[in-house]
Write a protein of this length. Structure first.
Length: 303
């Protein structure tokens, strides 16, 4: 009887892991746990690496500094195989690989002066000036608009999305009708404010799928600067059928104007892990934050 009860108990303890198997874990850790493991998911001590353990929680013992150093070394190796116009450019690229924030210093400013209503009205203004720093080309490639992309040697894609601020009340009735879905989303930002809006996360909660089929493992809220304005960032760590993703969304509101930007780290589930993404994010985060925080929007006139 005791043996039967023991087997039943083991089955019941395994059910949460089996039920979550339809999703990949926040981290997959190769380990054979000998003792003192809390069933809630916290590993206390004495973990010997050899097998595979399932967990849906972040593992706080990850050495992000070492992950960043590993990414720096990989970038240096990648850049070493590139041909440069002169020795100066090669040395700059190596310096940037060692400290990605240098990509900001060696980048150049991009200034958009929308001084006519024809250009500015698409964002609800009569005129404005929008400026940000473009990262050095050795680290990020410019895509369409104000989007920049880096692809690591293990195929992690990092995308910086610099979005032009807009003024909802300045849109015409025709524009509001054409952009109704987009504007409804951001009206919530204006109604709730950046902090509550990021906490609400559009109703997307940890342990749930959204309408797009993305499963949210974890979210985090932080204070940030966006284009010189005080705001908040929402970090969503999620996966779908094909990719692991960490997405940082930046929001601020000033004078009724919506300020927004984003950074996405993603990779194919067959090629990378969440830990790989975390390492890449830790390596590039200071650069991305500096580009977004130091952007500026000024000399604007509303409708």
């Amino acid at each position: 009887m005791f043996v039967v009860m023991k087997k039943i108990l083991l089955i019941l303890l395994c059910l949460p892991i089996i039920g979550f198997a339809q999703y990949s874990n926040y981290y997959n850790v190769n380990a054979n746990i000998n003792k003192n493991v809390n069933v809630s998911g916290t590993v206390n001590k004495n973990v010997n690496v050899s097998g595979r353990v399932t967990t849906t929680q972040n593992i706080n013992t990850i050495d992000y500094g070492q992950l960043a150093l590993a990414n720096a070394e990989k970038e240096k190796n990648r850049l070493a195989n590139i041909k440069y116009a002169d020795e100066k450019q090669r040395l700059i690229a190596i310096e940037i690989a060692e400290d990605p924030v240098k990509a900001y210093d060696y980048g150049f400013p991009n200034t958009w002066k929308a001084k006519t209503s024809k250009l500015a009205k698409g964002f609800g203004f009569r005129k404005f000036v929008f400026k940000h720093q473009i990262p050095h080309k050795s680290l990020f490639t410019k895509l369409e608009g104000y989007n920049y992309q880096n692809i690591s040697d293990n195929s992690i894609i990092t995308e910086i999305e610099i979005k032009t601020p807009f003024y909802i009340d300045g849109y015409s009735k025709k524009q509001k009708k054409e952009m109704s879905g987009f504007l409804e989303y951001f009206k919530q930002l204006l109604n709730l404010g950046p902090e509550e809006f990021t906490k609400d996360n559009n109703g997307w909660k940890e342990g749930e799928k959204n309408e797009s089929g993305n499963y949210l493992h974890k979210k985090d809220i932080n204070k940030i600067k966006i284009y010189g304005r005080n705001g908040f960032s929402s970090t969503n760590i999620y996966e779908n059928d094909y990719e692991y993703v960490i997405k940082d969304n930046y929001y601020a509101v000033y004078d009724g104007i919506v300020f927004w930007a984003g950074v996405r780290y993603k990779g194919d589930k067959d090629e990378v892990t969440f830990e790989d993404l975390e390492g890449r994010r830790h390596y590039l985060k200071r650069l991305c934050n500096q580009i977004i925080s130091t952007g500026s929007f000024y000399d604007y006139k509303k409708y």
